[in-house]
Design a protein around this ligand. Structure first.
Ligand SMILES: Cc1cc2nc3c(=O)[nH]c(=O)nc-3n(C[C@H](O)[C@H](O)[C@H](O)COP(=O)(O)OP(=O)(O)OC[C@H]3O[C@@H](n4cnc5c(N)ncnc54)[C@H](O)[C@@H]3O)c2cc1C
Length: 374
């Protein structure tokens, strides 16, 4: 079967990977270097602790970030805003927790399998520390984490100078740029078109300067630009740096009240942060985020920088749906890397016409239609 994958971020790369394994004839449209818009991420794999955004708790979390200078609100998608308000504190979709857990387990197992085949992407499973300043926030998160202990084991620790720490000993991480190089090597046989797709249609058509035409299936994994196809999405931008630091931490560490992360590798450290609600591509807030990160680690040298967006649905959880030959897989939000194998596999299956959509996953795809892509 001839399948087009539109978007070569981490979701699209996994979709192309599974399609190749099924023997499909795959064309991947991506105007930038593969993975370039996903590689800024910290690469921490924690899909078992996904949280919803349509809750007062999430608004409180955003307030913490804003108060501490790591969040800004520039522009949001109007449909996403209306739908988020409509869904505020609405109970989770029946079966959502089980579906997400299964997707999380599959995703973690896939990274582990690929590392076992060849660990050329800095895969580590030494655990994650979440550090809190705010005692009320810490008490709430501690209660949730202890409730979920069977799903994601946790240890509660004191934090000198802070409210406390949660240590998740089983959480792992990957070096995002090296992972992109690895999966790109596995895409031998995929025809990569280094151009944007201007439009896609439910009959399987892709309009592009080169490589367009009619396909048996089209998997659109373009992050926030998929909103023009009737999926309510907004983007929360952030930034990532490769740095050298004095005294790197032993394990991945998140400053939860500022939304900052530090991830150690053998030869360098990745630091990330920024919660900028913005549909544009403004990089100016990055300087302020780097300053905030300097409060977490002593940065000696900056080696590289990149930026990107967290594609967010009205409840912050992933969505995958199909209309005729058109499939959209999106909404990884703050856990796009963590869910990418499962999201990519779901997109691949639907694009091949295998199986039915899962009602929970397709919940925001009811209005999916042909259209131009941003
Ligand atoms: C600071 C920060 C830290 C993060 N840390 C983590 C983490 O530790 N763990 C984790 O799990 N997640 C993390 N994330 C989230 C994760 O990075 C995102 O959820 C993920 O990048 C989303 O991937 P995606 O492929 O769905 O979309 P994107 O990364 O947005 O990729 C979409 C791709 O589609 C392409 N595209 C767009 N329009 C078109 C078009 N018309 N034609 C062709 N191609 C097109 C773009 O160029 C891009 O390459 C972090 C995010 C941020 C901002």
């Amino acid at each position: 079967m001839r399948i087009a994958v539109v978007g070569g971020g981490i979701t699209g790369l996994f979709a192309a990977y599974y399609l190749r394994r099924e023997g499909a004839d795959v064309t991947l449209f991506e105007p930038e270097p593969l993975g370039a818009r996903s590689a800024h991420a910290a690469g921490i794999l924690e899909p078992l602790t996904a949280y919803r955004t349509n809750t007062v708790d999430f608004l409180r979390r955003v307030w913490h970030f804003w108060w501490r200078g790591t969040c800004a609100i520039r522009s949001v998608d109007a449909r996403w805003l209306v739908e988020s308000a409509r869904q505020l504190e609405r109970p989770a979709w029946p079966g959502a927790a089980e579906t997400l857990r299964a997707m999380g387990r599959f995703s973690i197992a896939e990274y582990a399998r690929m590392a076992q085949e060849a660990d050329d992407f800095g895969y580590a499973t030494r655990g994650l520390i979440e550090r809190f300043d705010d005692p009320v926030h810490f008490a709430a998160e501690r209660a949730t984490a202890l409730d979920n202990r069977a799903v994601a084991p946790v240890e509660v620790r004191a934090a000198p100078g802070g409210a406390g720490e949660l240590f998740f000993p089983e959480v792992g991480w990957v070096h995002t740029e090296r992972f992109v190089e690895r999966i790109a090597r596995e895409l031998a046989g995929v025809s990569v078109v280094r151009h944007r797709a201007h439009a896609v249609a439910t009959d399987g058509s892709v309009t592009a300067a080169i490589g367009g035409g009619r396909f048996d299936g089209v998997a659109v994994c373009t992050g926030v630009t998929s909103r023009s196809l009737g999926v309510p999405l907004t983007g929360v931008r952030g930034f990532g740096w490769h740095v050298r630091v004095d005294r790197p931490p032993d394990v991945a560490t998140i400053d939860v009240d500022r939304g900052l992360a530090v991830v150690p590798f053998a030869d360098e450290v990745k630091v990330t942060g920024g919660w900028v609600f913005d549909l544009g591509a403004d990089r100016r807030p990055a300087a302020r985020i780097l300053e905030a990160l300097r409060g977490m680690v002593e940065i000696r040298e900056v080696l590289g920088f990149d930026d990107g967006s967290r594609p967010c649905t009205p409840d912050g959880l992933p969505t995958v749906g199909r209309r005729e030959r058109l499939v959209v897989a999106n909404g990884g939000f703050r856990l796009g890397w963590s869910f990418a194998p499962a999201l990519g596999q779901a997109a691949a299956r639907l694009a091949l016409g295998q199986g039915e959509t899962v009602p929970f996953l397709a919940r925001f795809c009811g209005g999916l239609h042909s259209g131009r892509l941003g």
